[in-house]
Design a protein around this ligand. Structure first.
Ligand SMILES: Nc1ncnc2c1ncn2[C@@H]1O[C@H](COP(=O)(O)OP(=O)(O)OP(=O)(O)O)[C@@H](O)[C@H]1O
Ligand SMILES: Cc1ncc(COP(=O)(O)O)c(N)n1
Length: 288
């Protein structure tokens, strides 16, 4: 049996298992990637919300990162909740030293349940210190607006403008997720990828579900896992969308918890076997 590629997630723990480290590790496992982790914070969290946050000391987070980098040589790294500007700065220093390969940055600021997951100053340190070293940045429309100091995109064109504007902070590619467009046939979900070779718009029908806690973490960690497996940025984004859509469809009828339930990370192993005609890019010019 071949040795699996390794991916490292630097993220917070979600005790409810829907987002954060728990979503990342189950997603890595579903994609045949060995998952290593550096826990940045322990959140007291369930499907109804975030009830408390206990930050892990910066030195302890760095020690976890160091020993994983030394021993396991990850092929890709995903960064989620950092929570504090001093931790963003510390992780950015490791990235600036060129030690975080194929770095996927999910700029986690607020949970689906509406709780702040980032203190003042995190937006500025992400933008100025971490983003320049990222291979791919995966903000949703609200996070993109916060990073740009503007209001969330209201159209696909504005979403594409925001993705392009975020590229100016120095990352190789940016995908702004979570746009919605109403058509005569219903609502579509739109993600816009901008990179060195142009802009690609992905549009697919919305999947009706209350179980969407953790979509952003699952998307970003799936993209990191596909990059670790050698996919191009465009193909990693396309496949990550496919995985999230499969997870949303599978869990749509489930009832887990009394709030917004988690997507079905555990049922994503065979999603590649099922071609998904609803997941295709709308325009060409893919970043490589
Ligand atoms: N109801 C849905 N139907 C189809 N696709 C969805 C739905 N909800 C989210 N997605 C997709 O999930 C992926 C993650 O994007 P999303 O914008 O939800 O991240 P996020 O807001 O950061 O998530 P989180 O809730 O974890 O913060 C994107 O590809 C997005 O299009
Ligand atoms: C530890 C942690 N990391 C990230 C999120 C964001 O995910 P969501 O927006 O789905 O709540 C979260 N809720 N908790």
């Amino acid at each position: 049996m071949n040795t699996p590629p390794v991916a490292l997630t630097i993220a917070g723990s979600d005790s409810g298992g829907g987002a954060g480290i728990q979503a990342d590790l189950t997603t890595f496992a579903a994609l045949g990637v060995h998952g290593a982790s550096a826990v940045t914070a322990i959140t007291v969290q369930d499907t109804t919300g975030v009830h408390d946050i206990h930050p892990v000391p910066v030195g302890v987070v760095l020690a976890q990162i160091e020993c994983v980098l030394r021993d396991l040589a990850p092929a890709a790294v995903k960064v989620g909740m950092l929570g504090r500007p001093e931790l963003s700065e510390a992780v950015a220093r490791v990235a600036a030293a060129g030690r975080l390969p194929r770095l996927v940055v999910d700029p986690v600021l607020v949970s689906t349940s509406g709780h702040s997951l980032a203190a003042d100053g995190v937006v500025a340190t992400l933008r100025e210190q971490l983003l320049p070293h990222a291979h791919l940045v995966t903000p949703n429309t609200d996070e993109a607006a916060a990073l740009l100091g503007t209001v969330p995109a209201r159209s696909v064109d504005e979403q594409a403008d925001h993705a392009g504007a975020l590229l100016a902070f120095g990352s190789r590619a940016v995908v702004v997720t979570g746009g919605t467009v109403r058509t005569p046939d219903g609502t579509e979900r739109v993600d816009v990828l901008a990179g060195p070779a142009g802009t690609v718009v992905f549009r697919s029908p919305e999947i009706a579900t209350d179980n969407d806690h953790g979509t952003g973490c699952t998307f970003a960690s799936a993209a990191a896992a596909f990059l670790a497996r050698g996919h191009t940025t465009h193909d990693a984004v396309l496949s990550a969308r496919g995985l999230v859509r499969h997870a949303l469809r599978t869990s749509a009828p489930w009832r887990l918890g009394s709030g917004r339930g988690p997507v079905a990370h555990t049922r994503t192993t065979c999603f590649e076997a099922t071609p998904d005609p609803t997941n295709a890019p709308h325009s060409q010019g893919a970043p490589r």
